[in-house]
Write a protein that binds this ligand. Structure first.
Ligand code: PLP
Length: 401
């Protein structure tokens, strides 16, 4: 027998393990130290009360034989699909059909699983730095080539730098599948309509497909597009991933959705039909309780409660951003994102800065180099801690810088 040899090529991801180990060693050596984490990309505020109420009443339904439910639809229940369609698309003037929406257990699975639809010879393009799942999933699927130095030979890296405000340029070599993520993790960059239109036009011209990760769209505050389908022509070239994780605190509940438009055809095949076939074979749907919870995100109370939490995180982001730029550091993010991305001062590497901040301020962040080669020399802080801890951390950071 043969195993999938691509797994042996994967580079071990030491990022979060190393962060945890270094932090644990510091705590052991300094038991009195109050270490504050602004490193983890996970939410901390509790679920909105409207969501909890919906979960409680749907659990009660599961307790009665008349209202008990077994297997859910592999594509999502109508009550949730209708709420998504109305609130995220129709009310925003975006024309999407219900059968183009596929409810899932969060964006991570589908940003990785979507590779099932594409042949192994396709060339994949990614922004650098970026959420690492796109690269590793494509390596598993045989689209990585070999790892040489700090890059995969078959993957095209669109380098995002301070000079271009961390927005990628259009690929100048052949790319079949382009992974875009806006607002971006880790840089916090969001893309405006005109720039996103250029990517859509490029994809249409080249017959490429854009995989658009909009997991942080709820953080957009300045009118930039929340969905790629706000852009003319996107339905013929783009798949979009959405998540309730950072929108409604669902990182532990697990729910999101993927949009695969019927107008998206390649090689004479409908990607929507292929994805439907894929989901009905490999996925058994999201639990009833979770889908009722997600539906409650769209109720008037749910919307207000989610927005209050997003505002809370955005305030934290602004506190971090203002403090760091106030001491002269070059910072990005915060406006449309729960992340602040900044350049390490004095030419320090990402990991050197990690050590400095841990030792001198007892603040844990994430080295930018963990998100791709172009992240070296940068650092990410997140807005997901409490306002009190964020303010305390920022006070300490000011002293260090
Ligand atoms: N996409 C991006 C860009 C992310 O940063 C994350 C999580 O941090 C995800 C997707 C995964 O989200 P989910 O919790 O929906 O799986």
């Amino acid at each position: 027998m043969q195993i999938n040899a691509n797994f042996a090529k994967l580079q071990a991801s030491y990022l979060f393990r190393d962060i945890a180990q270094k932090t644990a060693a510091f705590r052991a050596a300094n038991p009195q130290a109050d270490v504050i984490s602004l490193g983890i990309g996970d939410v901390t505020r509790p679920l909105p009360p409207a969501v909890i109420k919906a979960m409680e009443s749907s659990v009660a339904e599961m307790a009665e034989s008349d209202t008990f439910r077994g297997y859910p639809s592999a594509f999502g229940e109508d009550f949730l699909l209708d709420a998504i369609l109305k609130n995220d698309f129709t009310d925003r003037g975006i024309d999407i059909d219900k059968d183009e929406i596929f409810v899932n257990d969060g964006a991570k699975s589908d940003t990785a699983n979507i590779g099932d639809l594409f042949g192994t010879d396709n060339i994949v393009g990614v922004c650098d730095p970026v959420y690492p799942v796109y690269v590793d999933a494509n390596v598993m699927g045989g689209r990585g080539g070999e790892f040489a130095g700090n890059r995969w030979t078959k993957i095209v890296y669109l380098t995002c730098t301070a000079e271009n405000d961390f927005l990628p340029k259009l690929p100048d070599e052949h790319v079949d599948i382009l992974c875009l993520c806006f607002p971006n993790n880790p840089t916090g960059a969001a893309i405006d309509r005109a720039d996103l239109q250029k990517f859509v036009d490029w994809a249409i011209e080249h017959g490429s497909v854009i995989l658009y990760d909009a997991a942080y769209e709820a953080y957009i505050t300045d009118g930039k597009p929340r969905s790629i389908y706000e852009i003319d022509g996107a339905k013929t070239c783009a798949i979009e991933f959405r998540s309730f994780s950072k929108t409604a605190g669902f990182t532990g509940v697990r729910c999101g959705y993927t949009v695969v438009p019927k107008a998206l055809q390649r090689d004479g095949a409908s990607l929507n039909a292929m994805w439907g076939r894929r989901q009905s074979t490999k996925f058994n749907g999201v639990s009833y309780v979770t889908q009722r919870a997600a539906q409650a995100v769209y109720s008037p109370e749910g919307k207000a409660q989610c927005q209050a939490t997003i505002d809370y995180y955005l305030d934290n982001a602004r506190t971090i951003f203002d403090a760091l730029s106030g001491v002269g550091l070059s910072c990005w993010g915060a406006v449309n994102s729960p992340y602040v991305w900044f350049k390490a001062p004095d030419g320090q590497s990402s990991w050197e800065l990690f050590d400095t901040l841990l030792n001198d301020a007892q603040v844990v962040g994430t080295p930018g180099s963990g998100f791709g080669p172009a992240g070296e020399g940068f650092f990410r802080l997140t807005a997901f801690n409490t306002a009190e801890k964020t303010a305390e951390a920022v006070g300490r950071l000011r002293k260090v810088f």
